[in-house]
Design a protein around this ligand. Sequence first.
Ligand SMILES: *Cc1c(COP(=O)(O)O)cnc(C)c1O
Length: 425
Amino acid sequence: MSVSEDLFARALRLIPGGVNSPVRAFRSVGGAPFFVTRAQGASLTTADGRELTDFVCTWGPALHGHNHPRIKAAIAAALENGTSFGTPNPYEVEMAELIVRFFPSIQKVRMCNSGTEATMSAVRLARGFTGRDKIIKFAGCYHGHSDSLLVKAGSGALTHGHPDSAGVPAAFARETIVLPFNDPAALAAAFAANPGAIAAVILEPYIGNVGLIPAQPGWLAAVRAACTAHGAVLIFDEVMTGFRLARGGVQELEGIVPDLTCLGKVIGGGLPVGAFGGRADIMDLLAPLGPVYQAGTLSGNPLALAAGIAALRLIDEADPYARLDRLGRQIRDAALGAARAKGLALQVPQVGSMFSFFFSATPVRDYAQALAADAAVFKRIFHACLAQGVYLPPSAYEACFISTAHEGAAVDRACTVIAGAITGL
Ligand SMILES: *Cc1c(COP(=O)(O)O)cnc(C)c1O
């Protein structure tokens, strides 16, 4: 029995499914997960001593690669002074100053500990601000696991949502309307059917949680205009895209100004951090200034913020986005070239350091089209790549991530391995 197999057998006895977050269990691709004991640069080292080139990047956070020396040094320096204070600390001020500089739409910001906390709190704040209960989300967008956001579409586009998890009360799901992404007409119809009732529209401006689905031209402007016209709060969930696709996220790339923005992942430098912020008149409704309650024992934690500040300063100094986009295009072109030679229908949406594979003859614009792509082919690619030391996300519906540490040999080899896996199908 390998070390990973032994650990997984022990984990299965004590941890539901053996994992602390479901996609890690490899259910979508089959097989058992490997355990990792070390992450450095672009590589993971498994408990059995295998080296893998990592395109999961801890599901997005590792923009600068794993265990970057500058982030490690920042955590070590902070550790000298203690792990948690329970009072305001200087890191919080520096982090807030960095965030508002990177995201001009953010005038005030509150730190929390995960992306889930950020989106849950932003939705409550939008409801408190508008005095309305209903929210609109889009099929395929993932916003963490709070009750209001674990909701799937009802039978028709205008019907109320259904719980997307056991344990979510139907009464909560009824307050969430789920619409197709990239569909301005559906959005307009939902606003028309619910006059004065929509508190907020929340979306991933580019979906990164069913594979990668960028916004069609005009879509985000249409969402912005509809929210303004109907007095609804526009929430961009940039937990995945913030700092990853541009310093200022998709809102910078697309020139759209949301009312509130949710952040996470990269902002923690590999430690647990989330944040939400935006218009000062909305943010000032948060306790202790206003009536919307939100809190956190470890929010603004000095170790986590030291790591996050180091990660953001690295972005400031190196401006990595053009380099990351070149790496992304290199992989996309290698995969598309192999698919073309093989006569295989493949779409590789790619923006900067994010990309994914849809085995589909037509581009994917929404959740239904993503589900229609052939996920079985992805499974075979996943296992073929893993056998050659290249770790793609263990699901056809997760985006792949590149870090600055992948530049050079890691990406060159991955291109060969991915192209080989497609050729060998
Ligand atoms: C990962 C993610 C979340 C949830 O963040 P957690 O830190 O896992 O709670 C929310 N929204 C988006 C867009 C994400 O990618």
